[in-house]
Design a protein around this ligand. Sequence first.
Ligand SMILES: NC(=O)c1ccc[n+]([C@@H]2O[C@H](COP(=O)([O-])OP(=O)(O)OC[C@H]3O[C@@H](n4cnc5c(N)ncnc54)[C@H](O)[C@@H]3O)[C@@H](O)[C@H]2O)c1
Length: 401
Amino acid sequence: MKVAIIGQGYVGLTISVFAGQFFEVFGFDNNRSIVRQLNSGISHIEGVESSVLQKRIKDGRYKATASGSDITDVDFVVIAVPTPLSKGRQPDLTYIDAACRTIGENVKKSVLVINESTSFPGTLRNYIKPAIEKYSKSSVEHLYAISPERVDPGRGDYNQKNTPRLYAGLTAEASEKTRDFYSKFCDNLIEVSSPEVAEAAKLFENTFRQVNIALVNEFAQITNALGISVYETLDAANTKPYGFMKFTPSAGVGGHCIPVDPTYLAAVAEEHGAPATFIRRANDVNLEMSKYVVDRVQADNGGLLQGKSVLIVGVAYKPNVADVRETAAELVINHLRERGAVVSWHDDVVGTWLGENSAPLSGADISIVVTKHDSVDEKAIVASAPYVFDTTGKVAGAKGL
Ligand SMILES: NC(=O)c1ccc[n+]([C@@H]2O[C@H](COP(=O)([O-])OP(=O)(O)OC[C@H]3O[C@@H](n4cnc5c(N)ncnc54)[C@H](O)[C@@H]3O)[C@@H](O)[C@H]2O)c1
């Protein structure tokens, strides 16, 4: 059986190497340099080992492609393209639309189309199916299903095999085929009654994280005003064995999911006349954390940052990955530069970002730790500047939230 996986990023490539154990996979991506790199056996995604990719290629189970002619006779299609926000912070389905066009124009026989991209309830039924039918050059009818992706890039303990997976088809036949497809490489499949339930569940999972992160970020400001340690207080609360889940404060949220997905939920809620004030406020609290951090640093440094050299330690959105999408580091840097600070950053996992290179971990007036990779030495951070502010709670001897 052949599978086309549209989009070869974090989600698509991860699925490709798992599915490649059982299917012949065509990893379709419209970025030709990614396609070239993948076909030479080099993975660009944390958690996908190049050696595994090379094995799939050698076994004839994986080929990256940007050519529609490679996917005309596949049996399954998985959509794993970005679902970002537009400039006006509205759901942006242009990548989904382009993927639908690729499918409609190229896939010639009846297939099961599974969407793994995160989007609002109704996307499969009201958007993907009609779009593929619109672009299709034949009268062929496809089956449609959703199975939202839960991959956590860089995570070792949970993967495609042991992370429970939700799914639902638009028809019973689509559901059954979806189960057959994933059961090859996922141990725990949970069917829900409609695609909309699966789509909404995915958004709620990430909204749950977003609002709890916002809550703890606000709590960090409260404990600071009260003169007590947020970390000690959270550890104390966490001794309760039920009804509490510990989240930790930070300079804000980053990545493709937590800053984005709740806004998809809020947008669809408001479109249907339901309030989403809690989600909107949580988003604002998380965005405002970068300013709060810079305010704290400024207050500790004589109220003036003009001309001070400030080193941001860690610009990836989370530890041990090179992903900088929506990183809070960018907001922190913007606030610092607006106040006249001379900002550089150290992150050898990221290397190069926004046309700048990772700077040495030394010689600054002020260091602010936004993300602490395991590979970065704690003592070297403390020695990098006379004043170090840590937003992660991981650097002993630094000032912190
Ligand atoms: N990254 C995560 O941790 C994660 C987790 C769960 C769900 N998701 C969701 O999965 C989806 C994909 O996210 P991602 O992190 O894999 O994105 P990504 O940016 O890592 O990868 C997307 C890939 O799709 C390619 N692409 C874009 N448009 C295309 C098109 N029309 N045809 C073919 N390829 C195209 C891009 O070149 C890129 O390689 C999003 O909806 C995201 O919200 C992501």
